[in-house]
Design a protein around this ligand. Structure first.
Ligand code: ADP
Ligand code: MG
Length: 337
């Protein structure tokens, strides 16, 4: 029996889906960071949903209920950010709660969900509450697009590939948490194990546990430059480049991939380890986008922390260069199945 593959399964669902009718007013269907539809008043609405499950997307023995609540909203806002000029408006949150969960835990979780929604002016609009084997959180966000929608598929040959933030921190943070084996502690942030970590290790762990969406940055970038395609790096930088390159191709200079001082310190001199985290770590929600090469100076001028890591080609291959040599890199990211 062949193992399930998340990406092939989504392709299967897409292929077997019925075409939307005209009255559905679908602008962008399954396959992007958000679904987009046009309303009768001609506004465009974006919709996204993401599920988070204990032991896969977070761990209740590593993170506080507040941190889990914040992450559940941030990761969904990140998909709205990927659409360029969109803003989230409404959140629906469904929770599957195991029997032994305390009331205090759930109240703290929901306070944090509410606080994070408030930060983005999102109205909590509904959801569902059920019992479950493992804590399961499903969030759906509905947002509005004020201007042009940026999809994953608009890049053209010659466009430059840009990224926000740094890559690999979250993956390294996850490894650190495994290695310190603080699973016996309820919350490592308050216990001695966490205090045993070095400062740079703590910062890496922090980036894994509470990611931040780049909504404001995405809105400003789209206003000030001609972005041709965009996604967020939830499945890692390697996967994001693959999505934007589509059936064209790309070349990425590995030395240009931004990495934090904390990650460099953690990986010491092991460059293979460093690039492995940077390309496949995932769960970090940075923006990965393309823009016409004429926009390079404008982007550099307005956005100091945006880095150019490569360009789109038309040879159907994605090449990774290190020391000017092509490196053979195969997908080595998280697999759900
Ligand atoms: P993201 O990582 O940005 O949340 P995903 O890789 O999870 O995106 O999903 C890619 C696309 O596939 C999205 O359009 C999403 O809505 C769609 N998708 C994922 N899982 C399913 C599913 N079970 N049924 C229908 N569509 C799905
Ligand atoms: Mg996404």
């Amino acid at each position: 029996m062949t193992a399930l593959d998340e990406f092939k399964l989504i392709d299967f669902i897409k292929k077997h889906n019925t075409k939307p009718k005209k009255f559905h007013n679908v602008d962008l269907d399954i396959g992007d960071d958000c679904f987009v539809y046009n309303s009768s008043d001609k506004n465009k609405y974006v919709v996204t949903t993401d599920i988070l499950i204990d032991n896969i997307h977070f761990r209740t023995d590593w993170a506080t209920p507040e941190q889990i609540g914040q992450k559940a909203i941030e990761v969904n806002v990140s998909d709205i950010a990927s659409m360029g000029t969109a803003k989230p408006l409404y959140a629906f949150i469904s929770v599957g709660i195991p029997k032994n969960t305390s009331e205090k835990f759930i109240k703290n979780f929901f306070s944090s969900v509410k606080k994070t929604c408030d930060k983005y002016d999102i109205h909590l609009s509904g959801g569902d509450t059920v019992g479950a084997e493992a804590l399961t959180i499903s969030v759906t966000l509905i947002g509005i697009a004020y201007d042009k929608i940026i999809t994953r598929t608009g890049a053209k040959k010659g466009d430059l590939i840009f990224v926000s933030g740094t890559f690999g921190d979250s993956g390294a943070g996850l490894e650190i948490m495994y290695n310190v084996q603080c699973t016996t502690y309820k919350n490592p942030f308050n216990f001695s194990t966490f205090r045993l970590l070095n400062r740079h290790e703590r910062l890496l762990v922090q980036r894994h546990i509470v990611p931040k969406a780049r909504l404001k940055l995405a809105n400003e970038l789209t206003k000030k430059s001609n972005i041709t395609s965009m996604t967020d790096s939830s499945d890692g930088l390697f996967k994001s480049v693959e999505l934007l390159a589509g059936n064209k191709g790309a070349v990425v200079n590995m030395e240009q991939i931004p990495v934090s001082k904390d990650l460099v310190k953690y990986c010491k001199n092991d460059l293979n380890k460093l690039y492995n985290f940077a390309l496949f770590g995932g769960e970090e929600f940075e923006l990965v986008f393309t823009a016409d090469k004429q926009d390079y100076d404008k982007i550099k001028k307005f956005f100091k922390n945006i880095k150019c890591i490569g360009k789109i080609t038309d040879n159907k291959k994605i090449k990774y260069l290190r020391n000017n040599k092509i490196r053979n890199i195969k997908y080595d990211g998280y697999k759900h199945f």
